[in-house]
Design a protein around this ligand. Structure first.
Ligand code: NIG
Ligand code: FE
Length: 400
């Protein structure tokens, strides 16, 4: 819990977690009204409607600040190619990867997209997620990108989960623009962005700024254009190389830079001067067998670290944030306290929502879950693979 809302938790602070044993929590409408120790429970609250959470724990809902969970079809065939040894870049070069999803997207209707995504949203809610960012980027032409973003807009009306929408037109270069990438960037800037802005379809803008995808220069062009519409960047950066993605993200005031497998001293120095949340995506690094981003070094340098799922059909087909916490601990040597902060308050910041979400704090949105009977909070990342969530409260209402 938090006594007063913080914007994020950084460096050594990440290893601290304030908790109350044997506690009560009161909601009012969609807000957290108050909490305290059972021995201090005000008498007028003793007979109120309540859920008995004896032996169980209450956690703030996860905020998942990086997903691509609107997609038309899974891609398990590429998974086999991967097992046989092809790299992410090799699969992409053969027209697989993101381009494969774009082909499927072209044929999908908005209703199909919404229906499929709602199933995924329900699943992640059952695993404790209460807020999620969703990107476009499987359209790669104006009509399909707009279709994806409209689907995300509809989802906002059909779920109690808080949703933020991110325009990722520059996710990959479509086949018909091969060899004329600049022309595709022109299309993103001159055709897609104005329409996205006019319909108010996006909260953020994203670019896959990495080797084999978009250059720093192209990223700058897109971010400059997006800034005119007030779109704040969140950038795919440094997954495949020291791409300059982190630096360009910081330069344009990105709320987060995500992936970060290739992060060195220089990148960390730049991050230290910024309000940009370094966000690691353990699911994708695990699934693609990548090097792991230097999470511990980042925290030792005083930086905050966030962990998100990257839920997508190509490189991270799971939005289970409990598993992300376990991966954070096992693969990145983050402590239970650090992974809890990294998946709640810090990811809420990376969605521009840390004043409203990401912790149990008076006045914040009543988004939390009650676990099954578990012995300690350390048990959460320790017991990997199982769903430890029993009840889910979203906007002050019992969802499950
Ligand atoms: O975040 N890195 C770029 N984009 C996605 C992958 C999307 C896909 O392969 O479909 C990611 O991992
Ligand atoms: Fe991604």
């Amino acid at each position: 819990m938090e006594t007063s809302p913080r914007k994020w938790v950084a460096g050594q602070e990440m290893s601290k977690l304030e908790t109350i044993k044997n506690a009560w929590l009161l909601t009012n409408g969609d807000r957290i009204e108050d909490f305290g120790k059972m021995e201090d429970l005000p008498t007028d609250l003793q007979y109120k409607d309540h859920i008995n959470a004896h032996g169980r724990m209450v956690f703030p809902s996860f905020a998942d600040s990086h997903t691509h969970l609107v997609y038309a079809s899974s891609r398990e065939i590429e998974y086999i190619d991967k097992i046989k040894g092809l790299s992410y870049e090799e699969i992409a070069k053969r027209g697989g990867g993101i381009l494969n999803s774009a082909k499927k997207m072209a044929d999908a209707s908005i209703d199909e997209l919404v229906e499929q995504a709602l199933v995924r949203l329900n699943t992640i809610a059952e695993y404790g997620t209460g807020a999620v960012e969703i990107k476009s980027g499987y359209g790669l032409n104006t009509a399909s990108e707009i279709k994806m973003l409209r689907a995300i807009k509809q989802l906002k009306e059909h779920t109690p989960i808080q949703i933020k929408s991110n325009f990722l037109g520059a996710h990959a270069v479509p086949a018909e623009y091969k060899g004329k990438q600049e022309k595709y960037v022109d299309l993103v800037i001159n055709e897609m962005l104005p329409q996205v802005a006019e319909e108010g379809l996006a909260d953020f803008v994203d670019v896959f700024c990495d080797k084999g995808f978009f250059t720093v220069k192209e990223t700058e062009r897109i971010l400059e254009a997006a800034a005119k519409y007030g779109l704040v960047p969140k950038i795919h950066a440094n997954e495949l190389d020291y791409s300059g993605g982190i630096q360009v993200g910081v330069k344009y005031g990105a709320l987060s830079v995500d992936h970060l497998e290739f992060t060195g001293k220089e990148e960390m120095e730049v991050l230290k001067t910024s309000g940009t949340m370094p966000t690691i995506l353990p699911g994708a690094a695990f699934f693609l067998n990548m090097v792991y981003a230097p999470a511990r070094e980042m925290m030792e340098a005083g930086l905050p670290v966030a962990l998100a799922s990257d839920f997508n059909p190509g490189s991270a087909p799971s939005g289970n944030m409990q598993l992300i916490m376990s991966m954070g601990s096992i693969l990145y040597r983050m402590t239970p306290e650090e992974v809890i902060n990294a998946t709640t308050i810090n990811t809420a910041y990376a969605m521009g929502l840390s004043q409203d979400l990401g912790s149990i704090c008076k006045g914040k949105r009543a988004n939390f879950y009650i676990t099954k009977e578990i012995p300690t909070y350390e048990y959460m990342p320790y017991s990997f693979g199982d769903n430890k969530v029993d009840r889910v409260i979203l906007n002050g209402e019992v969802w499950k």
